[in-house]
Design a protein around this ligand. Sequence first.
Ligand code: ADP
Length: 187
Amino acid sequence: MQRHIGPVKLLLVEGDITQQQVDAIVNAANSRLAGGGGVDGAIHRRGGPAIMEETRRRYPEGCPTGSAVISTAGELPARWVIHAVGPVWRGGSHGEAQLLASAYRRSLELAQEHQCRSVAFPSLSTGAYRYPMDQAAQVALQTVIDFLRQQPGSLQEVRFVLFGQQAYQTYAQVLEKLLPEAESSQG
Ligand code: ADP
C-alpha cells in the first residue's frame, strides 16, 4: 500500500527489515543498546559485530527511551542503522504514546541529518515491549505523516516494514483511515 505526502512516498510492505535496500533502516533497540531479540537480534546477526562495536564506542551511556542514535550498518544493504528506543507498554497512561511518537520523530531527524532519501521502520515497541499493534500503528503513521508535512527535508520515501500479515493489515487499515485513497491522490 502506498500514499504520497506532498513529494514523499509513504509505503507499507510486509517483510524483513534487514533485507531492505534503503539508505537507513531503523532498529527497535533498548535503552542500553545492549542487543536483544526481535528486530535488534536480526539486525546484529545479519549486520555483523561492527554495528555493536560502534554503538558501544560512540554511545556508552546508551540512548534514552523516546530517542534514537545512528551508526553505520556493517554488512547490511542499508548505509545506516538508526537505533530507536520505543517505550515498554505499561497500560497506556505512562506517556507511552508521546515516547513512541518522539522515537519516530528523532529517527526521521537523524535520517535527514545524514541526507537519507529513504528510510525503513519496523513497528517499534510492538514485540517484546507489548505496545498494542493498532494503537502503535496510529501513533507511528500519524507522527510520520505530520513530520513529512512539516519538514520532508532530504526524504523521498518512508517505508514501514511489517512482520507478518496481521501487522501489515493493521497498519493498512489505520493508514486507510488517516489518508483515504481519494483524498491522497489529490495531493
Ligand atoms: P520492541 O522491543 O520495540 O517491542 P521487537 O523487535 O521485539 O521490538 O518487535 C518490534 C516489531 O518488529 C514486532 O511487531 C515484531 O513482530 C517485528 N519484527 C521482528 N523481527 C522483524 C524483522 N526482521 N523485520 C521487521 N519486523 C520485525
